[in-house]
Each structure stands twice: as C-alpha cells, then as structure tokens.
Design a protein around this ligand. Structure first.
Ligand code: AMP
Length: 421
C-alpha cells in the first residue's frame, strides 16, 4: 500500500486548495485594511511557552500537544495556537515599547492531538489577529467587526456571533468561588471534579448531556460583574450594534484557554454538525505577565480556515469558487517545431500578465483540445505546421467555437484586447 497522510490530517488539492487560499485572503483582508502588520512565528516553540501561556489545566496542554525532544535535549512543541507565540514575539522584540496598540495578524498551521472527525483535525489552518497594549472596548469591537466582515466577504450568511464577558481580576475571583461552590455540590466524575478546582469555568463548556443537565442553575458571570466590566461590555455591545453586527448574548460562553478576561466571543455555523465553531477569540489581559512580560492587555481572534471552507460548502458557495478558470489561454501546438514556438508564445503571454498554460507531452489535436476545455480557458491558441509556415496561429474562442487566424506577432495584443472585454 502506498503511504497515506497521518491520521487527522489531509491534503489540500486543487481546486479546493484554491478555495482555501481565497478564504485566507478574504478573512484577512479587513485586518490588513485596518493597518495590522503580518507576523510569522516558528511552527515550534519551547514547550514552556504553551504550558504557561495556554494553561496547564486546558485540554490543549494536558492532552493535545505534539511535544518532542530535539537532538539538543530541548523540549519543543508544535504550536497548538497562535496567540502565545505572537505575545512572545512582541515581548522578545520589544514591539510594546513603540506605538500602542501593536496590531498583528498571522496565518498558518496549528497542531493538536484531537479525536479526528469532520471539521476537527490534528493539523489545521488558522488566520489570527491580535491587538496588544490597549484596553479599549473599541478595539474589541474592531476585531469582532473585522471577523464578521471577513465571513460576509466570502458570501457566508449562516455565521452567528455569540458574545459574552468573563469579568476581570477584580470581579472574576468572587464569581469563580460562587461557581465552585455550585459545582462541588453536583454529581461529577473524578476528572471533572478536579477541573472544578483548577478551571471551573471550563466545566460550563462540558458538552456531555449528563453534565449539562446539572448546570441549569449555575451562577453566571453576568450577575457578578464589577461596574467597570459592565460599562466596558455595554460599550462593546453598543459599538457592534452601531456597526450592524448582529450578536447573541451567550452567558455560558467560555473559552478553553486560561488567559481570557472580559470580552469573549465565538463565531458558529449551523451547517457543520458538532464542530460548529468557525472562529473565536477574546481579551487576554493577563497573558503577557504569565509569560514574564509587563502589564500588556490584549485582544484577538483565530479563525479556522478549514472549517470556513466547510461552512462555504454547506452553503453551496464552493461550486462557484471551484468553477473559476485555472487559466485564460491554452496553447495547442501540433508538431515539434510548433511546440518550441508555442513555449515562447506562452511565456510571452504570461509575462504580459495573462494566465496561460499549454499542452505538454506531445499530445495530438484531440487530446490537447481536451486539455484546453478542462483548463477553463476562454481561448485556445492552435499552432499547426501550416500556421507556422504562414507566420500565424488559430485563436479559438472556446465558448462560441469561433476561430480566426492571427499573425504570431499580434497574438499577445489580440488576446489582451479580447480578454479585457
Ligand atoms: P481556538 O484556537 O480553539 O479558539 O480555535 C479557533 C478556531 O480554530 C475554531 O473556531 C475552529 O474554527 C478552528 N479550530 C480549532 N481547532 C481545530 C481543529 N482541531 N480542527 C480544525 N479547526 C480547528
């Protein structure tokens, strides 16, 4: 048997891979327009970064990391998410000493040892944006609006925004204690009991029906917010409403990462089954300090490219994207000399800015024309021996079937002209 890609991973192949690129472009276009700069961090980091920056009690750190020892004896981990690395890079290079907020975006592979299923992979692709160094509700709102605009830019209509606040270091401890009191009285298994002690908010996120059934009367953060958190959250909501972004308050929305404070949000899509989250994020005011840095409030999101493609598929938007032509012009050379001349012509067309391909492998007219049809090109340029002798080629409009002889020296200009229409 030939080798297969590892469990939980898959290959992006054309034309679907083109959709993935288009999704990356569309989701990051609003961010780039808003002046966020591109950051690229290593795919692996010191394991300690994620242990400290994501949190030991999270599933990500306790169960899902791809950790290995390198030949120098260092413990390294393939990144399971992007935020910790971005904050590490900001601190390491002192970006926070310049103009604030520092605004950055990234795009790339993430790795989590998860139970593989549709929409949940061990290697997946996220785009992310982070703004560090300002605690301003307008920044939280800006990020949420940009993500919503990104999805809308792809033509998606079924993405819903869930919004919550998790309080801050002033009000969260009292809420946490109240929640713990409530949870300790429930009938929970040992692992969940431990979670109650370490990260009680995460228990609210437990999807098991036997746990959910017991959570009906659980205290909610909204009822324990301090005045500052209330005002902050109201401002975020008002800005979203003013921007025309529709959201649903979800008082039970928590995030799997320890460092989130205040604003937290998730984008979900109804067509994805159990893995419904297409993106999420929030404010993480304590993260910098956890990594040994100064006080540096931050807010950001990560959007799943893979799941966004699935959402587009669920809405029937992929057919349109996939039908897009691969090239505009396709060369069909017949005979040895024609092939050589065609190679130059195609090179010339590409240099003139047209998308062009040609038939390779010495195919005859029939096979080469099949290639032209499959390429989605609007025009085929057919070059036979008689054409060569006459110093021209046949330009065939593949939609109408019309064919005209055009002097070789005028082909580039002719096609440029015709394709402009
Ligand atoms: P998170 O970093 O967990 O907040 O995830 C942000 C987004 O990344 C999610 O909303 C998903 O769209 C995507 N995502 C997270 N985990 C996976 C996974 N295992 N496979 C595919 N996409 C994922």
């Amino acid at each position: 048997m030939t080798l297969q890609a590892p469990k939980g991973t898959f290959d992006w192949l054309p034309p679907r891979s083109e959709v993935a690129l288009a999704v990356r472009e569309a989701l990051t276009a609003p961010v780039r327009r808003a002046g966020y700069g591109y950051v690229e961090t290593p795919v692996f980091e010191d394991t300690a970064l994620f242990v400290r920056g994501v949190g030991e009690s999270t599933d990500i750190v306790s169960k899902e990391m791809y950790t290995f020892t390198d030949k120098g004896g260092r413990s390294l981990t393939l990144r399971p998410e992007g935020t910790a690395s971005v904050v590490r890079a900001v601190l390491q290079h002192g970006l926070h000493n310049g103009q604030l907020p520092v605004k950055l975006w990234y795009s790339g592979s993430q790795f989590r040892y998860e139970r593989a299923q549709k929409g949940r992979y061990r290697h997946f692709w996220q785009v992310g944006a982070e703004a560090l160094g300002a605690e301003d509700p307008a920044l939280d709102a800006e990020l949420i609006v940009m993500a919503a605009d990104g999805y809308a830019g792809l033509g998606l209509t079924g993405v819903r925004l869930l919004l919550n606040t998790l309080g801050c270091r002033e009000c969260r401890p009292a809420y946490r204690a109240a929640l713990q009191d409530f949870l300790r009285a429930l009938d929970l298994d040992e692992a969940t009991r431990q979670r109650v002690e370490i990260n009680p908010l995460r228990v609210l996120d437990d999807k098991r029906p036997e746990v959910q059934a017991q959570l009906a009367g659980a205290p909610l953060v909204v009822d324990h917010l301090c005045e500052a958190c209330k005002t902050y959250h109201e401002e975020v909501r008002a800005l979203l409403t003013a921007s025309g972004v529709i959201y649903t308050d979800d008082p039970r929305l928590v995030r799997g990462l320890d460092y989130y404070t205040r604003t937290t949000f998730e984008f979900v899509h109804g067509g994805l089954g159990s893995q419904s989250a297409v993106g999420g994020g929030g404010r993480y005011d304590g993260l910098s300090e956890m990594l040994g840095g100064p006080v540096l409030p931050g807010v950001g999101w990560a959007l799943g490219v893979d799941r966004t493609v699935l959402a587009m598929e669920a809405e029937g938007l992929l057919d349109r994207e996939e039908a897009a032509s691969r090239v505009q012009v396709y060369g069909v050379p017949l005979g040895e000399e024609a092939r050589r001349r065609m190679f130059l012509l195609i090179t010339e067309l590409r240099r003139a800015g047209l998308d062009a391909d040609m038939s390779f492998g010495g195919k005859g007219l029939k096979g080469a024309m099949k290639g032209a049809d499959r390429s989605g090109a609007g025009y085929a340029v057919i070059l036979g021996e008689r054409d060569l002798a006459a110093g021209s080629a046949q330009v065939k409009d593949l939609a109408s079937g019309d064919q005209t002889a055009v002097p070789l020296a005028e082909i580039v200009e002719t096609l440029k002209e015709r394709l402009r229409k």
